[in-house]
Structure formats: C-alpha cells, structure tokens
Design a protein around this ligand. Structure first.
Ligand SMILES: CCCCC/C=C\C/C=C\C/C=C\C/C=C\CCCC(=O)SCCNC(=O)CCNC(=O)[C@H](O)C(C)(C)COP(=O)(O)OP(=O)(O)OC[C@H]1O[C@@H](n2cnc3c(N)ncnc32)[C@H](O)[C@@H]1OP(=O)(O)O
Length: 194
C-alpha cells in the first residue's frame, strides 16, 4: 500500500527557507540551468524561453509570452504548457537556495483562459523546507505584474544531487553536458558542495 502523503501543506517541523548568501542579487536575470531545457533553454527551439529574475528572500519572477505553438483550444494556451511555465518558475528557486531539486508533485489551478500573445507574469516563492523537501507556490497573472491571476500552482520539489541526472539521463546528453564547462559551472552554482 502506498502510504505517501500527497498533501502540499508543509508538515510539522518544516522550516522557513533560507536564502543562500551567494544567491543572485534581487533583480538579477537568472540564466538557463540547461540550454536545451524546454522551460528556460535559449537553444531549445520548441521551448517556452522563460526569462526569470531573482527576487527578495527565496522568490523569483518570470515572464512568458504565449505563442501560437502553445495553443490547446483555438487562440488559447494549452493548460499543460501553463503548468510547465509554473513548474519551471518554481524550479528556478533552486538558484536562491543553491540546491538542485526536481518536481515530485505539482497541483495547478486554471483560473482564467490565457489567449495567444498574452504575456504571463509569473512569481514564485518557497513556502517551507523540510529536509530534502521544498514546498513552493507560484502565480501567473495577465495584463501586468499586478493583473488578475490566470493560473496558480503549489508544488513539492525534492532535492537531488547531480548524480540523479548522470544516473538517469540519456548518455548522449549527459556526456555532452559533462564536457561543457558552462554546464558544469551552472551545476556548481546550484550545489553548495558539488
Ligand atoms: C552533468 C549534468 C548536470 C545536469 C544538471 C545541471 C544543472 C541542474 C540544475 C537544475 C536542474 C534541476 C531541475 C530542473 C529544473 C526545472 C525544471 C522544472 C522542474 C521539473 O520539471 S523536474 C522534472 C520532473 N520531475 C522528475 O523527473 C522527478 C522524478 N522523480 C524522481 O526522480 C524521484 O521520485 C524523486 C527524486 C523525486 C524522489 O525519489 P528519492 O528516491 O530521491 O526520494 P524518496 O522517494 O525517498 O522521497 C523523498 C521524500 O519526498 C517525498 N516524496 C517524493 N515524491 C513525492 C511525491 N510525488 N509526492 C509527495 N511526496 C513525495 C517522500 O515521501 C519522501 O518523504 P519523507 O522523507 O518524509 O519520507
């Protein structure tokens, strides 16, 4: 029987997140964690090309423009694409904790339809941390950073080491990443003890 809790409410004993002293300064543009990433990779032709900035505390903001290639219904963004944008935004919080983490669970509320050509203004912050578990939340607004909420999500990220990718990724891409000094530098920026 699976006794794992699926709650995204931080459990007793969870603590407030701590911004790493070497975290990028508030307002600083965070680069891609991997140039082929569907969410943030500059070299990914099919990607969302999310541009994310460090915020105060353990928070980030991001901007994503919905393109025709992101449609689900005519003229409207696909829900899975919006969930990916929220997921990616929360994934970027690892830059501020200097922790590599992957999504374990993601819950999304779709509040308003999002038309093609819309700029989605995203923000995310870590709510609490317990051991390797990072509880985060994100919001996507339309019309401006203070516009109405169109989507929001809560997620549980689980801290992993670089070995997680080396053990599970397709060798072709892993070998290319390991021999790319820029990629190795990015992995180090995420880990306190690489
Ligand atoms: C040279 C190569 C370098 C490459 C790397 C370079 C840079 C990397 C930098 C950043 C990149 C990082 C991520 C990408 C960032 C953004 C993209 C957006 C994020 C994503 O899109 S990322 C993709 C989707 N994501 C996955 O691909 C995960 C698949 N999955 C697994 O790989 C395992 O499943 C894992 C690792 C999650 C856990 O496995 P595990 O064996 O390590 O740990 P375990 O199972 O023991 O869980 C420990 C505690 O978490 C609880 N827990 C776990 N899962 C839960 C769930 N679903 N719901 C509720 N609780 C859960 C347990 O209940 C336990 O809780 P407790 O400690 O209280 O018992």
């Amino acid at each position: 029987m699976n006794v794992r809790t699926t709650s995204l409410t931080p459990p007793a004993g969870a603590i407030a997140p701590v911004r790493h002293p070497d975290a990028p300064a508030p307002g600083e543009l965070l680069g891609a964690h991997y140039d082929q990433c569907f969410g943030c990779g500059e070299a990914q032709p099919h990607g969302l090309h999310l541009a994310t900035r460090a915020g105060e505390g353990v928070s980030v903001t991001a901007r994503f423009t919905v393109k025709a290639a992101h449609q689900g219904a005519p003229g409207l963004a696909h829900g899975g694409v919006l969930a990916a944008a929220l997921d990616e935004t929360m994934g970027a919080l690892g830059w501020l904790l200097r922790v590599i983490a992957v999504t374990g669970r993601l819950e999304t509320d779709f509040v308003r339809p999002v038309p093609v050509d819309t700029d989605l203004y995203l923000d995310a912050h870590v709510v609490a941390v317990r051991g390797r578990k990072i509880y985060s939340t994100a919001t996507g607004r339309i019309g401006g950073p203070d516009g109405p909420v169109a989507v929001r999500a809560d997620a549980l990220f689980i801290e992993v080491k670089v070995d997680h990718f080396i053990a599970n990724g397709r060798p072709e891409e892993i070998n290319a990443a390991l021999s790319d000094p820029d990629q190795v530098k990015v992995a180090r920026a995420f880990e306190v003890n690489p």
